[in-house]
Design a protein around this ligand. Structure first.
Ligand SMILES: [Zn+2]
Length: 218
């Protein structure tokens, strides 16, 4: 492998361990990818069924734009590789990250009937690329989950086109996708969204308790 690929693999492993430690990639869930080259497209992708807390650089797979493994590597690419490829193509992303946290799973269900979640007024929004003020309103679309990956990739593509400024989306009762121009930016976006989703989820719970208690600060 060239130095560039080694660096990309080391970066993906580092992010995987960091996210796993925070409970966002438990039970082999979630997946990570980064673009190695664009013409023809080559993506470094986490394999299916591997504990992300124990991920090694030699387990990462190189796949093409059809999610086929390049070279003689063993292992199976993640089932969700087609979603990563679609995001790379639609957004020109350099890295795509997907987490299964408790809070993103809960909120992806609570707000599903609205088709998305509006996040507004939080300072942490400024961590999303291009956002300069806490007054920004971020629409986080929610897509119905499916095991039919080609069909789900189509739906994701349509959602990205419909919401060209979105920095991520949720799959219902499943998880969060976000991306960036590079791995560092994609990691930052996931951290921002996970922070905001947990904040919103905890606020809902506190507010519900306060309503029961007739709190005066409501
Ligand atoms: Zn998933």
């Amino acid at each position: 492998m060239s130095q560039g690929v080694d660096d990309i693999a080391a970066g993906l492993v580092s992010v995987a361990k960091s996210f796993h430690a925070r409970g966002w990639l438990l039970g082999t869930s979630g997946n990570l990818s980064a673009v190695v080259q664009r013409q023809p497209l080559q993506i470094a992708m986490s394999p299916s069924g591997v504990d992300k807390g124990e991920l090694r650089t030699d387990q990462l797979l190189s796949i093409d734009e059809n999610a086929r493994i390049l070279g003689q590597q063993g292992g199976k690419p993640s089932d969700e590789s087609l979603l990563h490829i679609r995001i790379v193509k639609e957004r020109g992303a350099g890295a795509v990250l997907h987490t299964h946290s408790i809070w993103n799973t809960i909120l992806s269900d609570i707000y599903a009937r609205d088709g998305g979640l509006r996040i507004e007024g939080y300072e942490m929004l400024k961590g999303l690329q291009g956002v300069r003020t806490h007054e920004h309103a971020e629409w986080l679309p929610i897509v119905e989950n499916s095991q039919d990956m080609p069909a789900l990739a189509e739906t994701v593509g349509e959602t990205l086109n419909k919401h060209p400024t979105a920095h991520g989306f949720l799959l219902r009762r499943h998880g969060l996708y976000s991306w960036g121009e590079n791995l560092a930016q994609a990691k930052r976006h996931i951290e921002i969204f996970e922070f905001l989703l947990e904040t919103i989820g905890r606020t809902l719970r506190i507010r519900e308790h306060a309503i029961r208690e007739n709190a005066t600060w409501l």
